[in-house]
Design a protein around this ligand. Structure first.
Ligand code: CMC
Length: 443
């Protein structure tokens, strides 16, 4: 069993070697250092044909092969289906840790002692309430407002309630804003849900745990105290853990990019929520449910697969930019499905999903392209069983991802090598046109 100290030696910043580049335009050669498997993009600037032209740059839409930071938070090996938070395998954390323990691990860098954990849970529990004016403006949204839009706006608005949060260089100040954000996210998410249902907002119950309190704010009606089934609490807590971080994905990149301007963390996280809102990022689990419903029964699977192979559509919940193996999160979610359905009764769509997975994993089309189930293949089934409407799926993702966003934000603020995000462009437009005033252009 490796410990954090054993691993120190493997993270040396000494150069691994060097790369020699010959510019065939000029015949000149350059040597650039390779360190931790990367070259510095700024080392390419010395490569130019004439002295006053800008140096060579790289063109990388979507940052497919550009590292924007050094990070010690999350490790992914997509070839082998490995995901680790701070070095701990996701399987072990999902099995044995609570979501708040994982949140501490991600943000503080190591697992908490008993005293640290109790203090952490205490602080988060007693910051679950929001200012009454937050409730007021949330009630001002239209009756059919999407909960992600409400969440994004409300988190952004928290910066106006805590203006001191822009003092990002003070670790104590950062700490309290982190506590507030993790604590209030379920309150805001649950109220966005109640709003769409036209039901009264439920205040936090601080005698309940983090996830149980969230379920209470979502589903409590006239009973004295909402008492969720512990197996459902555990399943949702596990889903939060599985979504807690995933290194430099679109929303994390948004948090870091906005945070690099040194704005307060609420504004940065609101940007992350905006990125997550998009269907290419947070919305695939909903598409999986629609697909399973359309397939309808197991006998229709071969025809559906035929259509996928003919390029007519995609098998949603399959394939990943990084994982070329089974997404480790999908395995854990599949198991959580069984636990949830034990309580809620089975969903016939699960049988279709299991059969679909079996057929796809044996089919040459999927095998050749290394397409495996991803985190979204089974998660929508659980969310539906827990009585969430599809618009809430991404809100659940956002609550789970909040500690990851904040861990990445802290790392950014403490990283002396970081600068304000400012990518380059390759300009393809016109130049030096002569402006003709409108009275002449339009005459
Ligand atoms: N069904 C059928 N074919 C697929 C699929 C799929 N789900 N995914 C990829 N392919 C094929 C694709 O057609 C291409 O084939 P060919 O080489 O013949 O043109 C090949 O596999 C490579 O696909 P790609 O689009 O170049 O791969 P990518 O890395 O750009 O896309 C992806 C990754 C996740 C967008 C894609 O696999 C996809 O659209 N999957 C379905 C949507 C989905 O489940 N998204 C959730 C992703 S996990 C969320 C998270 O981690 O946050």
């Amino acid at each position: 069993m490796a410990t954090a100290n054993d691993n120190q030696a493997t993270h040396s910043t000494q150069p691994d070697g060097s790369l020699t580049i010959t510019d065939n335009r000029t015949g000149k050669s350059y040597e650039v250092e390779i360190s931790q498997g990367a070259i510095k993009a700024s080392d390419l600037l010395q490569i130019r044909t004439i002295d006053d032209e800008p140096g060579l740059t790289t063109y990388d839409p979507g940052f497919v092969n550009t590292a924007s930071c050094k990070s010690a938070i999350t490790y992914i090996d997509g070839e082998h289906g490995i995901l680790e938070y701070r070095g701990y395998p996701i399987e072990q954390l999902a099995e044995g840790a609570s979501f708040l323990e994982v949140a501490y691990l991600l943000i503080k860098g190591s697992l908490p002692t008993k005293a640290e954990y109790e203090q952490w849970v205490h602080e988060i529990t007693f910051h679950t309430y929001v200012h009454e004016n937050v409730r007021g403006f949330m009630q001002g949204f239209r009756y059919d407002a999407h909960p992600m839009g409400m969440l994004m706006a409300s988190v952004g608005a928290l910066s106006t309630f805590y203006p001191e949060s822009n003092n990002i260089d003070d670790p104590d100040n950062r700490h309290i804003q982190i506590i507030r954000m993790i604590a209030k996210m379920p309150t805001l998410g649950a109220w966005a849900f109640r709003h769409a249902q036209g039901k009264p907002y439920i205040y936090p119950d601080n005698d309940l745990g983090y996830t149980a309190n969230f379920l209470s704010m979502l589903f409590k009606m006239s009973e004295q105290r909402y008492a969720p089934d512990e197996r459902l609490v555990k399943a949702l807590d596990t889903l939060f853990i599985l979504h807690a971080d995933h290194e430099q994905n679109c929303s994390t990149n948004a948090v870091r990019s906005v945070g690099s301007s040194h704005v307060d963390p609420y504004s940065s996280v609101a940007a992350g929520i905006g990125a997550l809102y998009g269907p290419l990022h947070g919305g695939a689990n909903e598409a999986v449910l629609r697909m399973l419903r359309r397939i309808g029964k197991a006998e229709n699977i071969p025809d559906f697969i035929k259509g996928v192979k003919a390029g007519e559509e995609r098998l949603m919940g399959f394939g990943h930019r990084v994982y070329k193996n089974y997404d480790p999160r999908a395995k854990i979610i599949k198991k959580a499905c069984d636990d949830v359905f034990e309580v809620t009764g089975t969903n016939p769509l699960l049988d279709i999903a299991v059969e679909l997975e079996k057929i796809a994993l044996e089919d040459e089309y999927f095998v050749k392209r290394r397409l495996y189930p991803n985190v979204d293949f089974y998660s929508g089934l659980i969310y539906e069983a827990l009585a969430f409407p599809p618009e809430m799926f991404t809100v659940l993702f956002a609550i789970g991802r909040t500690p990851g966003w904040l861990a990445q934000w802290v790392e950014l603020t403490e990283d002396k090598e970081q600068k304000i995000a400012r990518p380059k462009q390759i300009y393809t437009g016109d130049r030096r046109l002569d402006f003709i005033p409108s009275e002449q252009r339009w005459s």
